[in-house]
Write a protein that binds this ligand. Structure first.
Ligand SMILES: CNc1ncnc2c1ncn2[C@@H]1O[C@H](COP(=O)(O)OP(=O)(O)OP(=O)(O)O)[C@@H](O)[C@H]1O
Length: 211
């Protein structure tokens, strides 16, 4: 059987990590840039509970639209400060394109960031309520957990990452972010009665990082 091609929006050499659904990728006219930032502190992950607007009642990283004249890096730092009240040395971790059937004719291009340190105190704002979750142990996170014990920031009483209250595609790429693996991806959703259903997806990592 011939191997299936990567989605048309993916440029460059990437090795597939996961895909699902058919190959009928939705068309879109333009892309709009957004950011999403995640703080990983020892074995804890900081998420925000969205109190208004797009993604209402979901847990997500902190982020929003890249404003005219801003780079995505600048927007990510600004949104983290505005929505969670903190600053962090954010590193770019991945990019994905999100298109919705029954939604706008443009695609969200979401630039994802991570940081393992931060300054300030996560503070609830009009838009987001920051909440810590525990990161499950794996070979990578076990190392972080050891570091947490040393730093005395370990906390075993936290709830696990609430994938059931997050975007349906988060479980596909969040483990890559947690393990510091750069990724690219594409998701197509269908909007039915205000709910977003994942229809097809593709995520990959740069071929040069594969062994
Ligand atoms: C599968 N789809 C998705 N998966 C994961 N995250 C997603 C997402 N689709 C949008 N997001 C994020 O949701 C935030 C919306 O931002 P949003 O509140 O609309 O922007 P901004 O803060 O600029 O708006 P206002 O100031 O309220 O106008 C922003 O972080 C964006 O990256």
């Amino acid at each position: 059987m011939p191997s299936r091609s990567v989605p048309p929006s993916i440029d460059g050499e990437f090795t597939e990590v996961t895909r699902g659904g058919d190959d009928k990728w939705l068309p879109y006219k333009t892309k709009r840039l957004y950011t999403n930032a995640f703080i990983i502190h020892g074995n804890k992950l900081l998420l925000g509970y969205k109190k208004r607007g797009f993604g209402l009642s979901k847990y997500n990283g902190f982020g929003g639209k890249v404003e005219p004249g801003e780079t995505p890096d600048q927007a990510a730092a600004r949104e983290l400060k505005e929505e969670a009240g903190i600053e962090a040395p954010l590193e770019h971790s991945g990019t994905f394109l999100f298109v919705t059937e029954g939604g706008p004719d443009w695609a969200f291009q979401i630039e994802i960031y991570r940081a393992e340190e931060y300054s300030g105190t996560p503070t609830e704002t009009d838009e987001m309520r920051p909440v810590w979750f525990s990161i499950p142990a794996s070979s990578e996170t076990a190392k972080a957990a050891v570091a947490s014990v040393i730093e005395n920031v370990i906390d075993n009483d936290l709830p696990p990452i609430p994938y059931e209250s997050m975007w349906d595609s988060d479980y596909l790429w969040l483990p890559l972010l947690l393990s510091k693996t750069h990724f690219v991806g594409r998701t197509d959703f269908k909007e039915v009665d205000g709910a977003f259903k994942l229809e097809r997806w593709w995520f990959g990592v740069p071929t040069s990082t594969c062994t």
